[in-house]
Design a protein around this ligand. Sequence first.
Ligand code: TMP
Length: 212
Amino acid sequence: NNHSSDSRGALIVLEGLDRCGKTSQSSRLLQYLEGLGHAVESWRFPDRTTSVGQMISSYLANKSHLDDHTIHLLFSANRWEKRSLMESKLKSGTTLIIDRYSYSGVAFSSAKGLDMKWCKSPEMGLLAPDLVLYLDISPEKAAERGGYGEERYEQLEFQKKVAQSYKMLSDASWKIIDATLPIEDVEKQLTETVLDCVATCRKGKPLLELWL
Ligand code: TMP
């Protein structure tokens, strides 16, 4: 239709364990959509460029210690500080591909033993993704990919708990993709799903808030 300039962009989130391949898939998705002429940006959380993001980054590098609840709220604050920009980008027609979001927030903190309901509450009112692409890989396989770095959460036993928490969070917006397939096959599945989602948002699918 000829109202396409009024139509909104899609909020697309990639989630998964550390080393599941999210980061390379999000740059592939960005290139793919740009190639088709879509207005698109790729973002990531934590956004380490803000002052809250710098506190998070120092915590992840084990350079500072914070209480589990405190770091949870900082991760959430780091999303809240981008919320209004996110909304205006989407409303002006830009699709956002986001590497990690509230699901990471809840999955990682509840894996430490924090109550899941408590973990979800500060995320309430953030924008709800139109699509969550979960790159599914077993913690053991992810660890074999090597390159678990020095960061705080990159340990097999902890990642096993994160995987269990993620399983409790999936809802109708989730699409679970086998992340152990060859990189091109994963990309193909992602692009098909993403194109559908972008089209639905264009046609006027309402922008909602967490939690659905
Ligand atoms: P990154 O490696 O994708 O930059 O993420 C850094 C780590 O932070 C990763 O292990 C997941 C974790 N994380 C949380 O614990 N809570 C959050 O809200 C987010 C976005 C990430």
